[in-house]
Design a protein around this ligand. Structure first.
Ligand code: CP
Ligand code: NVA
Length: 333
């Protein structure tokens, strides 16, 4: 049985959360990616893997979602557990009730919490106050779950990540920050192109420079030159809708289109976390074209979420060899 703190706020000793990639070691990230790929192949082989039977996930959404919600909920069902969706406005975290009180109540009922919110500090506070693991399902600062799926997609496509040149063209927001964290753990060469005024927040830029993770430019062509991967994200993120018009002007010249991609490596792939604003940050031609792997990324969100949940609640599963496809119809528990 879980032990609960009955007094002031404090971190539960030994508890792991998944709030960012930087809290993982490079080996842990590799383990997580391997687990995601293994869960994917088990599913494709028709194997059931109810590693989280009887476990419950609470999902707090303060922003909309298609992929994150569907993949956590589906993933939990495939793992034998149950997920509860809390829509924006349902529990009023930080308004109807403090973050701390939500965290402490949820910890008495569920085994795992996922939160999609605005300020990253809300996610950190929730994790500090909860005695069960907390997963960051996107904040204004980071989107680590997306990166697990994206890195799995790169492994599937290229075999290894280490020597890849990844050009990120667009807003220096949550996805760009997460790519900086990913570069630090994998050794990939990150080439960020952001317009003036839309560079990542200072601490991320400082890290990029200090750890020599790649370049930061305001020239998309410079970033994309010889790149293996061209990645983009919306110019107007959730919560920034009032700035859409200004952003469309400020990001002119940063569209991922045929002319830009011509500067990349011949066999470069095009990635987008979705949702896309077609005709703004990316053309239909590129999003739907042969270089696009956006649906592979979306598909991998399912396997990535499952890996994160298993990693947090059943870390011993990581060490287990995959069960051969034809030996049984149920993976070892
Ligand atoms: N990429 C992503 O997180 O999609 P949703 O916003 O639909 O969850
Ligand atoms: N930067 C985007 C990512 C959506 C998955 C946003 O925060 O809205």
């Amino acid at each position: 049985m879980r032990s609960h703190s009955h007094n002031g706020s404090r971190r539960t000793p030994g508890k792991r959360d998944f709030l960012d990639l930087s809290s993982l070691s490079a080996a842990e990230l590799q383990g997580l990616l391997g687990l995601g790929l293994r869960l994917k192949s088990e599913l494709k082989s028709g194997l059931e893997h109810p590693y989280l039977r009887g476990r419950t996930l609470a999902m707090i959404f303060q922003k909309p979602s298609l992929r994150t919600r569907l993949t956590f909920e589906t993933g939990m069902a495939q793992l034998g557990g149950h997920a509860i969706y809390l829509a924006p406005g349902d529990i009023g975290i930080g308004e109807r009730e403090s973050v701390k009180d939500v965290a402490r109540n949820l910890s008495r009922w569920v085994d795992l919490i996922m939160v999609r919110t605005f300020a990253h500090s809300t996610c950190v506070e929730l994790a500090r106050e909860a005695s069960v693991p907390v997963i960051n399902g996107l904040t204004d600062a980071l989107h680590p779950c997306q990166l697990v799926a994206d890195l799995m997609t790169l492994i599937e496509h290229f075999g290894e990540i280490r020597k890849l040149k990844v050009a990120f063209v667009g807003d220096g927001f949550n996805l760009a920050n997460s790519w900086i964290e990913a570069a630090a753990l994998t050794g990939l060469d990150l080439r960020l192109a952001c317009p003036a005024g839309y560079q990542p927040e200072k601490s991320f830029v400082a890290r990029l420079r200090r750890e020599k993770l790649g370049l930061l430019t305001d020239d998309p062509v410079e970033a994309v030159r010889d790149a293996d991967v061209i990645y983009t994200d919306t110019w107007t993120s959730m919560g920034q809708e009032a700035e859409a018009e200004r952003r469309r002007r400020d990001f002119r010249g940063f569209q991922v289109n045929r002319a830009l991609v011509r500067h990349a490596a011949r066999d470069a792939i095009v990635m987008h976390c979705l949702p896309a604003h077609r005709g703004e940050e990316i053309t239909d031609e590129l999003l739907d074209g042969p270089q696009s792997v956006v649906l592979e990324q979306a598909e991998n969100r399912l396997h990535a979420q499952k890996a994160v949940m298993v990693w947090l609640l059943r870390p011993e599963i990581l060490g287990r060899p995959a069960v051969p496809a034809n030996s049984t119809k149920s993976a070892s528990r």
